[in-house]
Design a protein around this ligand. Structure first.
Ligand code: PGA
Length: 243
């Protein structure tokens, strides 16, 4: 019922030479949505390289305002103008490095939609919150506060990324992932008419060797992948696991 998503987050990685990875990925037969979010400097070229392959190119952040005196920032309209069709919002690295709160994230979502971008809203608990047994309440609050009321399954994707699993090689157990995703599904169904149709991605140390078992879990509709999305050989395997 829900088409799976393999989304790559290149973070602050990638120079012109990395575009060859996309050329290789275009040859992978995908039966899922494929989204790649390179650094802003590569978006325009990667949109051209992606061509009609069906691979969506997205941004990693946008400002909540359409334009103005915000040195160093990029608006949703600017991303759309160079061909981006999605944007990651509220990634934990932005929440940590730039003090973004869920209400800051919320303020960016509607402008992203208005520009025609699909919002990939990220939530996730710290290790301390996990150890304290507060994972569900933390992510429930983040989801509620980051997501506007007019979200729907077309304009929004949710990504659950436990912060302690990002870039560490550690992942929750499969049962823990199911518990969180089932909880998020119930929250979405409760709040949105089409809550059953939202894609909920898992992120945090997804790699070729664990992608298939994670993507097969209840209410896991694919992955948001950092490190393993940088090389086409690895991300290609992850795309196949989502297909
Ligand atoms: P990782 O990053 O796959 O390198 O753990 C995931 C993310 O931060 O989106």
């Amino acid at each position: 019922m829900r088409r799976k998503v393999a989304a790559g987050n290149w973070k602050m990685n990638g120079l012109s030479a990395s575009i060859s990875e996309l050329e290789t990925l275009k040859t992978v037969k995908a039966d899922c949505d494929v989204i790649i979010c390179p650094p802003a400097t590569l978006i325009a070229t990667m949109v051209k390289t992606a061509g009609d392959s069906g691979i969506v190119i997205g941004g990693q952040n946008c400002h909540s305002k359409l334009g103005g005196a915000h040195t160093g920032d990029i608006s949703a309209e600017m991303l759309a103008d160079i061909g981006a069709r999605a944007v990651i919002l509220g990634h934990s690295e932005r929440r940590a490095d730039h003090n973004e709160t869920s209400s800051d994230v919320h303020a960016k979502v509607s402008p992203a939609w208005a520009a025609g971008l699909q919002a990939i809203i990220c939530i996730g608990e710290t290790e301390a919150e996990r150890d304290a047994g507060t994972t569900l309440s933390v992510i429930g609050e983040q989801l509620a506060a980051s997501t506007p009321n007019d979200a729907n399954a077309k304009n929004t994707i949710i990504a659950y990324e436990p912060i302690w699993a990002i870039g560490t090689g550690r992942t929750p157990t499969l049962a823990e992932i199911v518990k969180v995703h089932d909880y998020l599904r119930a929250h979405l169904v409760d709040r949105f008419e089409d809550g059953d149709h939202f894609r909920i991605l898992y992120g945090g140390s997804v790699k070729p060797s664990n992608a298939a078992e994670i993507f097969a879990l209840s209410n896991v509709d694919g992955g948001l992948v950092g490190g393993a999305s940088l090389k086409a050989a690895d991300f290609g395997e992850i795309i196949k696991a989502a297909s």
